[in-house]
Design a protein around this ligand. Structure first.
Ligand SMILES: NC(=O)c1ccc[n+]([C@@H]2O[C@H](COP(=O)([O-])OP(=O)(O)OC[C@H]3O[C@@H](n4cnc5c(N)ncnc54)[C@H](OP(=O)(O)O)[C@@H]3O)[C@@H](O)[C@H]2O)c1
Length: 290
């Protein structure tokens, strides 16, 4: 058996790599020099390639039985994931575990490009008849807040997702579900909704971070305005991605209370990690010494 892992250094993918690093039957598809270096010490094969390059894709899928399919939200996401998956199926892959996203529900929701990209890719996967297909549908990642750890430690949780409550999920749980689905003799398969154990508003999240840090943390609403968009563009985000993120955050702001997903319990037989687990394991250590 050969398992192909895309984004092996990605937010979710790095935890798959950690779980699989002692296995010899894994191929890690990595693009950058830094990415290849970060895989030093894994027992499997480090394969250099770009998922937007057709020749790289053809070589990457040779002999692959199972595929973890993930890609950042980007202008090329739909093409990258559908081309790789199609080549993999043509090469004989039997199982694909795709990282998708939770669908929005309720009044006031407008189709957005981030969720829409996942829907298009999933549709394509169904149309090429993958023998065993799992689509992971996680809610918003808790790890999104780690790059802002210093600001949170300084007392401010600033975020544009608005007043709703959602089941913020620890990406370590998503990765564990993905690994279980990749390795199982009989995967659960189908759509797997993944969230944390509780729907929380951003002020409530700030309160939980404050309790873990032992200092006050105040939530500040970031409006989805021109300044917000300009800041994204200044970071090198393309206009198309900025528009997509605008649509995504507008839906976060409209949704109210998001439903929870039972995927962690269903696949792993245990409850999902809580915000408190995330804060103690990752947020507090990120701030140690500050
Ligand atoms: N953030 C959230 O709250 C959230 C919630 C639900 C769903 N999602 C979904 O999660 C997905 C992102 O997952 P993630 O955060 O685990 O990934 P990620 O961290 O965004 O993935 C980054 C990795 O992708 C690799 N990569 C980018 N372009 C590539 C290319 N052309 N060829 C090969 N590798 C390439 C990069 O490799 P190099 O470093 O080598 O360039 C990098 O290591 C998105 O589809 C998003 O919609 C996110």
């Amino acid at each position: 058996m050969t398992i192909l892992i895309t984004t092996p250094n990605g937010g979710v993918g790095r935890h798959l790599t950690e779980a699989l690093r002692e296995r010899g039957d894994v191929r890690y598809l990595v693009r950058s020099d830094a990415g290849a270096k970060a895989l030093d010490g894994v027992r499997g094969e480090v394969f250099r390639g770009d998922v937007t390059d057709a020749a790289d894709v053809r070589r990457a899928v040779v002999g692959v039985d199972r595929l973890y399919l993930a890609h950042p939200f980007a202008d090329d996401q739909v093409a990258a994931e559908t081309n790789l998956a199609t080549a993999a199926v043509e090469a004989g892959v039997r199982r694909i575990v795709k990282l998708g996203a939770r669908a929005f529900t309720g009044d006031g929701i407008v189709p957005d490009a981030v969720t829409g990209a996942h829907d298009l890719i999933a549709e394509r996967l169904h149309s090429v008849s993958v023998p065993e297909l799992t689509v992971l549908r996680p809610d918003r990642f808790l790890q999104n807040f780690l790059p802002a750890a210093a600001s949170i430690g300084g007392g401010t949780l600033a975020d544009p997702a608005g007043p709703g409550a959602r089941g913020y999920v620890d990406v370590r749980d998503i990765a564990e579900v993905a690994v279980a689905e990749l390795l199982a003799e009989r995967p659960v398969g189908g759509d797997i909704e993944i969230s944390g154990p509780q729907a929380l508003t951003l002020p409530a999240l700030a309160g939980r971070f404050a309790a873990a840090l032992g200092r006050p943390v105040r939530y500040v609403d970031v409006p989805l305005d021109a300044a917000w968009r300009d800041a994204l563009l200044a970071q090198g985000v393309t206009p198309g991605v900025a528009d997509g993120l605008y649509g995504l955050y507008a839906n976060y702001r409209s949704e109210g209370v998001a439903g929870l997903g039972d995927g962690v319990q269903r696949v792993l037989g245990r409850p999902p990690r809580s915000v408190d687990d995330f804060a103690a394991d990752l947020l507090v250590p990120a701030l140690s010494g500050t």
